[in-house]
Structures are given as structure tokens and as C-alpha cells.
Design a protein around this ligand. Structure first.
Ligand code: PLP
Length: 287
């Protein structure tokens, strides 16, 4: 649990951290966010997150409330004040507070900026990261601009809840053509039947994950065979390996899909190599 939150320029005790009832983030999900991993007390692999945050704001026609150096400084300070060693820093920006009405309010409205930081449960992170997790597939019922990281996450929330109720850790969302878009809060990967590391190409259909981008770089450095292409639920069932990526999960093996084991039902060598590479590069650095 976070003990201090940054809200609109002030560091406040978590119990008193609040926004107005007419905040447009609350009323309309007129807001964007980022979750940045923290390792050894530092935000890691930060730049892609600030790039995406700027892009999300542009797509919603919102301004940067402060420059990226200042945002990064406050994220780091929130981590420090909460004494988080390993966890996630969360940054949310809304269009601000105005009388409830759909069109944009006046252009000089003060945006709301919220930053919190919280720890991972180390035992749980280790168990899922090393042992692997189960996923459940379900229809992707989200809107058409999933590439923008808005807080309009109700379809993701419902999918994740359905997965958890079925005993799975993550939901893999499937489009109308039968192809996996991504997880409810992660990107989806397989090592296909021919051994090709495969993840869906970027488009409006999925979030351009920062960890996805970094892992593609790690795979290229290791001369792995990689394809950015759509894969179907049937492809996932024939896959040798599967995994998910996100700031909070790094590279986490998927060992079963809809109750059926992936490969031999254990984390595979490509997944483990990429997880190790990610941890060596970002997590164990000056640990
Ligand atoms: N896809 C969705 C829908 C997400 O919410 C997230 C992260 O929150 C991701 C993918 C992974 O993105 P990242 O690697 O930037 O954390």
C-alpha cells in the first residue's frame, strides 16, 4: 500500500489523497496513465513510458501538464517517499475538473496529475515469474483505440475478473477474426510451432507495450527469429511456448491456455532466456 501520493503538485498522505467528484477522469475516463516498473528503488526503462504518455495525451488532445523531466522527477520522488524497492510507479493525468458536460471545457483548465507507488509482493512475483501462469481466452469487446493508454479499462477489468474466477492469472483477448490482440493488462507472445517468437504487430487494436518493445530489442540482439504477426487461438494451442510482458510482470511464462498445457506445461527456453535477459539488463543492475 502506498503511503504518500503526489496529487496536483503536493505530496499528501495516502488516506487524504483525493480528486474532485467532477474530475473528468472520474466522469468520462478523460485521462491517461502509465505504470513504470521500479527496481532497486529506481524507475526502470522509463523513456518509452514518457514517449507513450506524451503520445496518449496528444491523441486525447490534452497538453503535457509539466515537462517530462519534472514528471520523471516526481515519479522518482514518490517512489523514494514510499520506500519502494521493487514495484510499480503509477502516473495518471486527467483533463481536470469542470461542470459535467461531454465537450472539452475551456482550454486553460488545470489538469489533474496523480502519482502513486507501490511494492510488489516478492513471493508472488517470484512464483509467477519462475513457475508460469495460466491464461483464459475471451472475446475482445474494447473500443477501437486500444493503442491509447486511457483509464477506460472496464472491458479489461471484466476480462481479468472472469479469468481470475476461472483460476487463471490473465485473460487473452480475441478479436472477431479469432486472433489474439493482447492480455487484459499485458502483451501476448508465443513461440510458434516452427520456433518463431511471435507477437501481434502494432495497430489501433492493441497497446504498444514498453516491455514488448524492449523484449523485441533483446530478441534481436540474440538473433532470435521474430515475427510481428497476428496469431489465432488455434496457433496458441499448437505453440511451443507462450508468455506475457508488462512493466509489472517483466517476461512471465504462460504454461496453460484454457486449461490446456502449452508445450510440455513448463516455462520454455526462449521465454526463460528473455526473462533472464530483461532481469539482467534492468532489474539486477547495481542491485
Ligand atoms: N496491454 C495492456 C492492455 C496493458 O494495460 C499493458 C500494461 O498496463 C500492457 C499491454 C503492457 O504494457 P507495458 O509493457 O508498457 O507495461
Amino acid at each position: 500500500m502506498s503511503r504518500i501520493a503526489f496529487v496536483n503538485g503536493a505530496y499528501v498522505p495516502f488516506a487524504h489523497a483525493s480528486v474532485h467528484v467532477e474530475d473528468r477522469g472520474l466522469q468520462f475516463a478523460d485521462s491517461i496513465y502509465e505504470g513504470i516498473a521500479v527496481a532497486n528503488g529506481r524507475c526502470i526503462d522509463e523513456e518509452p513510458h514518457w514517449d507513450r504518455l506524451e503520445r496518449s495525451l496528444r491523441e486525447l488532445r490534452q497538453a503535457m501538464p509539466m515537462d517530462r523531466t519534472a514528471l520523471s522527477w516526481h515519479a522518482q520522488e514518490t517512489v523514494r517517499r514510499n520506500r519502494v524497492r521493487h514495484g510499480v510507479a503509477y502516473v495518471q493525468i486527467t483533463r481536470g475538473v469542470a461542470r459535467r458536460d461531454h465537450p472539452f471545457p475551456r482550454a486553460d483548465l488545470l489538469q489533474t496529475v496523480i502519482i502513486t507507488a507501490r511494492r510488489f509482493d516478492p513471493a508472488r512475483a517470484k512464483a509467477s515469474g519462475e513457475g508460469g501462469v495460466a491464461v483464459k481466452t475471451m472475446p475482445d469487446i474494447r473500443w477501437g483505440r486500444r493503442d491509447i493508454k486511457t483509464t477506460a479499462l472496464i472491458a479489461n477489468v471484466l476480462a481479468k475478473q472472469a479469468a481470475r474466477e476461472a483460476g487463471a492469472y490473465e485473460a487473452w483477448l480475441v478479436d472477431e477474426q479469432g486472433f489474439v490482440t493482447e492480455g487484459a493488462s499485458t502483451n501476448a507472445w508465443i513461440v510458434d510451432a516452427d520456433g518463431v517468437l511471435t507477437t501481434r504487430a502494432l495497430s489501433h487494436a492493441l497497446l504498444p507495450g514498453c516491455t514488448r518493445k524492449t523484449v523485441l530489442g533483446l530478441a534481436a540482439d540474440r538473433q532470435m527469429r521474430v515475427a510481428e504477426r497476428s496469431f489465432s487461438v488455434a496457433d496458441t494451442k499448437a505453440a511451443r511456448e507462450a508468455f506475457i510482458t508488462s512493466a509489472g510482470n517483466y517476461v512471465t511464462p504462460v504454461i496453460s491456455i484454457d486449461g490446456q498445457p502449452v508445450g510440455d506445461g513448463k516455462p520454455g527456453p526462449v521465454t526463460q532466456a528473455l526473462r533472464r535477459a530483461y532481469i539482467e539488463e534492468f532489474v539486477e543492475i547495481d542491485a
